[in-house]
Design a binder for this molecule. Structure first.
Ligand code: FAD
Length: 476
């Protein structure tokens, strides 16, 4: 006999747990089913552990380079075991924070693997043994995504890992690392290993790193990584991995003309993308339409089965924790018949181009953050733009902290002067992008943004300077 709920949620990552919190807020009877650990990829093997290791490795890197600030350190070393302990403690504290919020909510949490059957019935193989059945007025699939493995020869050799396995490993080999892929996960791991003095090589199939972002960001990031001693081969593919004298030898083949070369690594990280986690989710009496390898959903995130929704990495094109959370909120608001409190894009008055208001952040050194659209995308959509540029070389705080490599670029629609996008590569870009996301979400103009005072000395002053540059600049 199935237990009846208003909402049955499969997966307790940011999408699932946010949906459950919203359901409780609206007085809906909800259950969340989780196969592994509460918090999903983000908390356990994604955002939080990587940022903890980035922070720890950045500290080591800074200590090694603090002579110019008059700080001498005779002997600096790192203890990776302790870094791992700190990472685990950060993950645990964060996860427990979310779990304790749940303790106060009227939401049931069930540990086990869910199988979706017809009539919005979910069969759960409980982690502790046995089966239970749940039926929902609505079902939300929030099962996330898993790393894609490229089955080239040698892909199964020991030492060829994906991000899940690397983050789960107790010890890392800091000799040499080869990374297949040049997206966000790749460049963040490259930064951690580089900070800890490992030689890193990135092999990216596309013309630039960070392919979905604009070319300027990709090119500048490539320059920065190379300046730090990271080898980058774009427009190239790892076609084979062999093992020789204890090393992994990667054959790097240029996509167009040119000779293949061999790059050696003690470890190889495959960071070539992620695919929806649908393994074993659908019972034999249930099928859902797919589109481009993901679950097909409507604008309201409803799958081809009425009343069954899919949110987050399992269905989204943008695989980010805050996107999954926003979609979770959106869907539960729809189920509860409430007005939507979240927007994923806006169309400013007088404009016909939808602007994504999702901040994209990369925690490299310097950080990268973008929101809205680039000048190139705007022009391709028929808009005229006015751009504001600022080089962090001229920013007081950057001079003080010695972090002068970077820029801020703001994009305004030329006639209304409304902000439509920003690309930043500078210290604290991932925090500063929030100001621009707020401005875009509220359709602010350059003049309105310039009313705000920005403290001296802060990195934020760069935003003020870029606004002034745009206001005094020509239409492009
Ligand atoms: P997930 O977080 O993947 O959660 C899905 C949950 O469903 C999992 O817990 C899984 O165990 C469970 N599940 C799966 N199948 C079943 C089943 N059949 N029954 C029951 N439970 C099931 N995003 C950011 O925004 N910022 C970052 O800095 C960032 N860094 C990242 C770094 C790495 C290395 C990785 C891999 C990802 C990173 N991401 C980051 C992406 C982010 O983690 C995901 O976008 C986010 O976790 C997606 O949330 P979700 O709820 O859709 O799925």
């Amino acid at each position: 006999m199935a237990k009846h709920y208003d909402v049955v949620i499969i997966g307790a990552g940011p999408g699932g747990y946010t949906a459950a919190m919203k359901a409780a807020e609206f007085g809906l009877k909800a259950v969340v089913i989780e196969a592994k650990k509460f918090g999903g990829t983000c908390v356990n093997r994604g955002c939080i552990p990587t940022k903890a290791l980035l922070h720890a490795s950045n500290m080591f890197h800074m200590m090694q380079n603090c002579d110019e600030f008059g700080v001498s350190t005779d002997f600096i070393s790192f203890d990776f075991g302790k870094m791992q302990k700190y990472k685990k403690a950060a993950v645990k504290r964060y996860r427990q924070g979310i779990e304790s919020q749940f303790d106060k909510l009227d939401v049931d949490v069930v540990y086990g693997t869910a199988l979706l059957r017809r009539d919005k019935t979910v069969e759960v193989n409980l982690s502790g043994g046995g089966k239970e059945y749940f039926q929902g007025e609505a079902v939300i699939i929030a099962t996330g995504a898993v790393p894609i493995m490229n089955h080239i020869p040698g892909a199964d050799l020991p030492g060829v890992w994906n991000s899940d396995r690397l983050l789960a490993a107790e010890s890392w080999n800091f000799d040499r690392l080869v990374i297949m892929g040049g997206g966000v996960i790749a460049v963040e791991f490259a930064t951690i290993f580089n900070n800890l003095c490992s030689h890193v090589t990135i092999v990216e199939k596309g013309r630039h790193l960070m392919a979905p972002m604009d070319d300027v960001v990709g090119e500048r990031l490539e320059e920065e990584l190379k300046r730090k001693g990271i080898s980058v081969y774009c427009n190239s593919t790892v076609t084979e991995i062999t093992q020789e004298n204890g090393s992994l030898c990667c054959t790097v083949t240029p996509n167009e003309e040119g000779e293949s070369i061999t790059v050696r690594g003690a470890q190889v990280l495959m960071a070539i993308g992620r695919k929806p986690d649908l393994s074993g989710l659908l019972g034999e009496d249930m099928s859902l339409e797919m589109e481009n390898g993901r679950l097909k959903v409507s604008k309201e995130f409803e799958t081809s089965e009425p009343g069954v929704y899919a949110i987050g990495d399992v269905a989204a094109k943008t695989l980010l924790a805050h996107v999954a959370a926003a979609q979770g909120t959106y869907v539960v608001e729809r189920i509860a018949g409430k007005t939507h409190s979240v927007k994923l894009e806006v169309v400013p008055g007088g404009m016909y181009v939808p602007l994504p208001i999702v901040p994209n952040c990369i925690y490299t050194n310097p950080e990268i953050a973008t929101v809205g659209i680039t000048a190139e995308t705007a022009r391709a959509s028929g808009l005229k733009v006015r751009c504001g540029h600022f080089s962090m070389r001229d920013n007081g705080k950057s001079i003080i902290t010695g972090e002068e490599h970077g820029f801020i670029r703001l994009v305004f629609e030329a006639y209304s002067n409304t902000i439509i996008g920003a690309q930043m590569m500078c210290p604290r870009a991932t925090d500063m992008i929030g100001e621009i996301a707020t401005a875009i979400a509220n359709g602010l103009t350059a003049e309105q943004m310039s009313f705000a005072m920005r403290a001296q000395p802060t990195y934020n002053e760069g935003i003020g300077a870029a606004i002034w540059d745009a206001m005094s600049g020509d239409v492009e």
